[in-house]
Design a protein around this ligand. Sequence first.
Ligand code: 5GP
Length: 180
Amino acid sequence: MENKIKLHDKHFVPYISNEEIMKAIDKVAEKVNKDFEGSSEVPLVLCVLNGAIPFTSEVLLRFKFNCELMSVKLSSYQGTKSTGTVLTALGLTTDVKGRSIIVCEDIVDTGNTIVALKEMLLDKGAKDVKICTMLLKPDVYDKDVVLDYVGMEIPNAFIVGFGLDYDELGRNYKDIYVIE
Ligand code: 5GP
């Protein structure tokens, strides 16, 4: 792991190693497999772009059931702060009516993104929406939506790496770093 990284004007220090991330993903995938293995349904795995790309690709390869993959782009973050408004940048390209969906997120913070997305999917007729997130900030999350699969809980700090960015930089690091 790099000692310290600099993205734009800020420094970040090592926080969660790739090894720990992989262990958390193993556990999450195990839980998802318990719910979906042997089921006759073919769920849609929905990757929330761009941050959830590395997490979705890792967790997807551990799924032992037939599934489809789809992506959606939403964002509520600007720089290091949540704006509170969820913007849709790239919408759904598949009909979700009657489908079971497994939403894959990098991190749930305020929960605005996940709440808006779940609402949108149910409005479009999805039968069931499960939330699968690599990370959760439980001290910030204040919504009622059940988070079905959570990889790791972290305190309220701004992190980057493994898909997570600071103004588009930092997504490519295999470990997770926290703001200094
Ligand atoms: P929420 O809508 O739950 O407040 O925020 C979810 C989204 O905000 C995540 O998908 C992620 O893109 C971004 N986000 C939340 N916390 C962090 C963080 O600590 N670091 C980074 N880089 N992005 C975050």
